[in-house]
Design a protein around this ligand. Structure first.
Ligand SMILES: NC(=O)c1ccc[n+]([C@@H]2O[C@H](COP(=O)([O-])OP(=O)(O)OC[C@H]3O[C@@H](n4cnc5c(N)ncnc54)[C@H](OP(=O)(O)O)[C@@H]3O)[C@@H](O)[C@H]2O)c1
Length: 315
């Protein structure tokens, strides 16, 4: 089959590789579309420990082509989205059956946009951040895959003020269409925030921004840490200070959740899928690449040039 291989020189090449077969509890999916996401940038830049060469790619839509031991055979032919740990930029990928979810009548192209961002955003708002009616929410990387869904889930949860932080004027204009009450520029954050405080802050940024976020939490507020886009430098926090102000720092790791409690992750993905299918959240697929052009797509995402979701056309 055709697949994209990422080699030690950080380059993507189209190659012929063996088709994978599903093991126990797995399904093989004939891929229609694969989603490009920030994990591709991290993998390309060597932040994930994986032996190369490898077929990268974390999220697909397509049809179940074969099932492994213990998986119901009626699933063959089912249109699904699936979350994987690798292998998505290929004509066939293997995924845990629990993380391959039926998409019903939703189009394969639209469904491909959900990827890991959808259950992540859903959990950040509902399961981990526990946004309640009237809560004020601050969302960094506000126009990215996770942020652009998180603002919509926050609205559905009845949030009060929802404020976003973005890196450019283009992204501010895009984010304004997603339901934020206010958008701040990353360069001017936190000056323009003045003394604003929030019940929930979503932080995929790290470094100094994480320290600043802690100081902008309201009493009993929750800082949800889920990435380190700007810096892997650890942030040191005094739990005594947190306790005194009733603040919480919580982490979220969807990849680990997919291994330890796949059903929990699947439930959140299913909920996001229903909201998309029901027209209650929007997801803009704004860039589409051929498999051979994956490198260009990942470079554009890394450079902040993609507004909305980028996908790769495979089948
Ligand atoms: N823990 C988990 O379970 C989990 C799951 C999914 C994703 N993530 C993480 O969540 C983060 C966002 O993912 P995504 O899929 O939403 O991203 P994305 O759509 O791939 O876009 C990247 C985002 O990062 C922002 N960004 C780039 N450089 C930045 C910097 N130096 N400081 C602050 N923001 C910067 C960009 O926004 P601006 O240029 O507008 O600032 C953009 O919104 C990534 O770190 C990803 O690894 C974590």
């Amino acid at each position: 089959m055709k697949a994209v291989v990422l080699d030690v020189d950080d380059r993507y090449r189209l190659a012929e590789v063996d088709e994978p077969t599903p093991g126990p509890g797995e399904v093989a999916i004939r891929v229609a579309y694969a989603g490009i996401q920030w994990g591709d940038v991290l993998l390309r830049d060597g932040h994930f420990p994986s032996a190369r060469p490898l077929v990268p790619g974390f999220e697909v839509s397509g049809h179940v082509e074969a099932v492994g031991e213990g998986v119901e055979t009626f699933r063959v032919g089912e249109p699904v989205i699936a979350l994987t740990t690798a292998g998505a930029y290929a004509e066939v990928v293997v995924a845990p059956a629990a993380l391959a979810l039926s998409i019903g009548d939703l189009s394969l192209r639209t469904a491909a946009g959900l990827g890991w961002a959808a259950p992540t955003a859903y959990d950040l708002i509902n399961t981990v951040g526990r946004v309640r009616s009237g809560d004020d929410v601050l969302i960094h990387a506000a126009a990215g895959g996770v942020g652009s869904l998180a603002v919509q889930f926050a609205r559905l949860a009845g949030a009060g003020r929802v404020v976003g932080v973005v890196g450019s004027a283009d992204r501010a204009a895009y984010a304004a269409r997603l339901g934020y009450d206010q958008i701040h520029s990353r360069a001017e954050f936190p000056t323009t925030l003045a003394d604003g405080h929030f019940d929930v802050i979503l932080d995929p940024v790290g470094g100094r921004t994480r320290e600043t976020n802690l100081s902008h939490l309201a009493p009993h507020g929750r800082l949800v840490v889920y990435g380190n886009i700007s810096s892997y430098e650890p942030t040191l926090v005094s739990t005594n200070d947190l306790l005194a102000e009733g603040k919480s720092l919580i982490t979220y790791n969807s990849s680990l959740l997919g291994q330890t409690h796949p059903e929990r992750l699947a439930n959140s993905a299913r909920r996001a899928l229903e909201l998309l299918a029901g027209g209650r959240v929007r997801l803009d697929i704004t860039a589409e690449y051929d498999l051979a052009d994956l490198g260009a797509g990942v470079a554009k995402l890394a450079g902040g040039e993609i507004l909305g979701k980028a996908i790769v056309r495979v089948g």
